[in-house]
Design a protein around this ligand. Structure first.
Ligand SMILES: [Zn+2]
Length: 442
């Protein structure tokens, strides 16, 4: 376990020198500048219910969420931060992530939009600190790890996910510069209007993040490993749409059938079985209106073009030095109002719901019913796996987060499992009690 933290070295290398990130902004201006008028602003998105932090955050005044700049050394120096009272006020952050994806807690803002809201004048990776703390607490308690170790491992996963968005941005700029045809802005705008199942960039980003979890390996087309790796794989598999594909071998052709996409993507390449990664590149080009036939003539040069893109969008070393990962800034931010509002309804469950969870879902039997007349402020239930669960009696309140975690673990459920079952049983109304009991989590 001790060596795990050594895997986190990349974060230490972030460039403190603002000149490097400013230079990237200048390069982008030069590359994009030539055909600014091609941006397609006509795309409306009336039904978009997806969570887009950039869009949501634009609704608020910039003073609502003052960014707190942080550099890697600051992160790494925080030993044992908040270790005693982390449970208090902790959020069930896993449920919104399973709905909105990892962008609920962190997002990448392109260097192309540096002068737009939110965080005008800055670009890079923005991470909601308090939500990371919530997850780190879950991870530490699920796997009996120190807070710091969980923090470093989780942050590295998150960082590498977001870095892929930077990579896509940078690689696109390379192609735009070379072929004199912009596509990134239009592509991103259009892809946002598609179903979350089709956000293939997120599949690759999750894959890149997962690959940084210590001990991960690829087996039978999926990423796998010890309990730590499984925790992350489980986390990704409970994410929405294309996010959850990140645990698969994204470069394996034909891993999935894409019936409804074959019309949109792949026609340029006329390829029957594409990998998730092929789809990602194809989508950027197609949605970005990068008409291959008009830009590159001849089949052979088109194949060369795809080979070039395959390398460029996958390998960091194919990017020019100016776009080294360390030149992508990271910032901590506070949750803005949309996030705070989403979390409010998902803060730890009420006692009433907790009782339904224990009595209905876990088939809990009230131990006090048998004989004892003395009512205390707690009841004890025996649940389906034989465990005894302590339950407070004041029905007006919510379960305290640590009480909730205790019960959840006695029921043998991880947080993502709890969230998933909670929604599939409609808060313990359907399919109760559960079919099979589970061993408690120590
Ligand atoms: Zn992402």
């Amino acid at each position: 376990m001790q060596q795990r933290s050594n895997h986190i070295n990349e974060i230490r290398k972030i460039n403190r020198d603002k000149r490097a990130s400013d230079e990237i902004v200048e390069i982008a201006k030069n590359v994009e500048g030539s055909n600014e008028d091609e941006f397609d602003d006509s795309i409306e998105n009336p039904e978009n219910e997806h969570f887009d932090p950039l869009e949501k955050a634009e609704e608020y005044d910039v003073n609502d969420f003052p960014p707190r700049e942080v550099f890697p050394e600051d992160i790494l120096d925080r030993e044992g931060r908040k270790t005693d009272s982390v449970s208090e006020g902790a959020h069930d952050v896993l449920a919104p992530i399973s709905e909105y994806g990892l962008e609920f807690i962190a997002f990448y803002k392109s260097f192309r939009y540096v002068n737009q809201l939110p965080y005008r004048g800055r670009w890079g990776i923005f991470i909601v600190e308090s939500l990371v703390d919530d997850i780190v607490m879950e991870l530490a308690s699920d796997l009996n790890m120190t807070f710091q170790e969980s923090f470093l491992i989780f942050l590295n996963y998150l960082y590498n996910h977001e870095l892929f968005h930077f990579h896509t941005d940078a690689a696109s700029l390379h192609v735009e510069g070379k072929y004199g045809k912009n596509f990134y802005r239009v592509a991103k705008k259009r892809i946002k209007t598609l179903f979350i199942d089709e956000w293939f960039e997120e599949s690759i980003a999750e894959h890149k993040g997962l690959k940084k979890v210590p001990g991960v390996r690829l087996k039978n087309r999926v990423l796998t490993g010890d309990s730590l790796v499984q925790w992350f794989v489980n986390f990704v598999e409970h994410s929405p749409g294309a996010y959850k594909l990140g645990s698969l071998n994204v470069k394996k052709p034909g891993l999935y059938k894409w019936p409804n996409l074959s019309g949109n993507y792949g026609s340029q390449r006329n390829q029957k079985s594409m990998s998730i990664y092929d789809l990602f590149i194809e989508q950027l080009l197609v949605e970005g209106r990068f008409h291959l036939n008009r830009v590159i003539r001849g089949r052979e040069s088109q194949e060369f073009f795809y080979d070039e893109l395959n390398n460029l969008f996958w390998n960091q070393r194919m990017l020019s030095n100016k776009f080294a990962y360390r030149n992508c800034p990271i910032y901590w931010i506070k949750p803005y109002r949309f996030i705070s509002a989403s979390l409010k309804s998902l803060a730890t469950i009420s006692l009433k719901e907790g009782e339904n969870f224990v009595k209905k879902y876990l088939a809990g039997k009230d131990q006090d019913e048998e004989g004892k007349s003395l009512r205390t402020d707690h009841s004890y239930y025996k649940i389906d796996n034989g465990e005894k669960v302590k339950f407070p009696n004041n029905h007006l309140k919510d379960l305290k987060p640590f009480e909730f975690t205790n019960i959840r673990k006695k029921a043998g459920m991880t947080s993502p499992e709890f969230s998933k079952e909670r929604s599939s049983t409609k808060k313990w109304k359907h399919n109760c009690p559960r079919k099979e009991s589970k061993d408690p989590i120590p």
